[in-house]
Design a protein around this ligand. Structure first.
Ligand code: ATP
Length: 327
């Protein structure tokens, strides 16, 4: 059996697969766990794997920096240790990947029907690929083209400095410095919490039009997610302040995707992953994302030809983990 996992701050998905007589991979068992309900990752493994199952290889994409096959997860108290997992699972073939590294590998397995091209001027070019994903946090990775194949590279690029591009964003940076005096990273804006920060920033300048339907805070017990409320009211256009927050979110997301594309020289394309993009697709498709992506002065011409595709498959990181030992 092949074991694969996508380990996130909110949820963990595990999958057990084996090959059928024709050699095709078949999923035998798959389950989603609430990460926060477990003290340790190994508790989930023990619950998920049926007794007596022989594991031939295991690969996990995990939300946090993987250093020498160990990972202290960013938003959980879990420490994952590759050597300890080898002992527990009874196989030498265990690999910990950063979740965006796994997502990057998974992108290479998506059919065209699960990818939405945003750039009408995109040209097929061979070269590095950039992967960016806003969800609970902001993940960034690179697929390096070595001349014959793609090699995934994890980064912690989402934690780099936020750089404003116009006067409204200058004001936004000043606003965020009051909340995060030490460091304003891109992740504070381009992730779920970004919707709340953008909405609150706009309210401070235009309090008169604050939306009564936006709750003051999250209420997990009642299932109220403030970021999601702002985003939904903005995408539907029911509220003008929420709509401006979503427009601004999309502009910032596009600008950071362009930054990553330049840093990686990603002429092979940019993939947009994560749970947020599919939820705000109507606003992304209006063109603000692409305009901000390309607005890089003398390098606008280079980015004009770069393919920018949104992944519509939420299992993309799991696919990367599944195929790690198969490819
Ligand atoms: N409709 C929505 N629009 C925008 N953001 C939303 C919406 N619904 C939820 N969110 C926000 O998206 C974030 C979760 O994103 P996503 O579903 O991609 O999780 P994730 O990062 O993959 O989770 P994990 O950390 O478990 O892997 C939360 O911050 C949440 O507030």
């Amino acid at each position: 059996m092949i074991l694969a996992g996508d380990i996130g701050g909110t949820k963990t998905v595990l999958s057990l697969l084996s090959k059928d007589a024709a050699g095709a991979l078949v999923c035998r068992q798959e389950q989603t766990f609430s990460s926060l309900a477990y003290l340790e990752f190994t508790d989930i493994l023990k619950e998920f794997i049926p007794p007596g199952t022989a594991i031939s290889s295991a690969c996990f994409g995990v939300a946090g920096p993987v250093v020498e096959q160990r990972c202290q997860t960013t938003n959980l108290p879990w420490l994952l240790d590759g050597a300890a997992l080898k002992t527990l699972l009874g196989t030498e073939h265990v690999k910990l990947l950063n979740d965006l590294e796994a997502m990057a590998l998974g992108m290479l397995h998506l059919p065209d029907s699960e990818l939405l091209e945003l750039n009408p001027n995109a040209q097929a070019q061979i070269g590095n690929i950039a992967v960016i994903a806003a969800g609970t946090g902001l993940g960034e990775a690179i697929l390096y083209w070595d001349g014959s194949r793609y090699l995934p590279m994890a980064t912690e690029g989402g934690h780099c400095d936020f750089a404003p591009q116009n006067e409204q964003q200058d004001d936004l940076l000043r606003y965020l410095r009051r909340i995060y005096p030490l460091h304003v990273s891109c992740e504070r804006l381009i992730s779920g919490i970004g919707f709340s920060h953008l909405y609150d920033f706009l309210c401070e300048h235009d309090f008169a039009t604050a939306c009564l339907a936006v709750p003051e805070i999250d209420d997990h017990e009642a299932g109220i997610d403030r970021n999601a409320v702002i985003s939904r009211l903005g995408v539907s256009g029911e509220d003008t302040l929420c709509a401006e927050a979503v427009r601004l979110f999309v502009e910032l997301y596009g600008a950071e995707a362009g930054n990553l594309a330049l840093k990686a020289l990603a002429i092979g394309g940019v993939f947009i992953g994560g749970g947020i993009a599919p939820k705000i697709l109507p606003v992304i498709e209006k063109g603000g994302f692409l305009a901000a992506f390309k607005a890089k002065g003398r390098f606008a011409g280079l980015l004009d030809k770069v393919s920018v595709k949104v992944s519509l498959n939420p299992r993309t990181p799991l696919l990367g983990a599944i195929y790690y030992f198969v490819d």
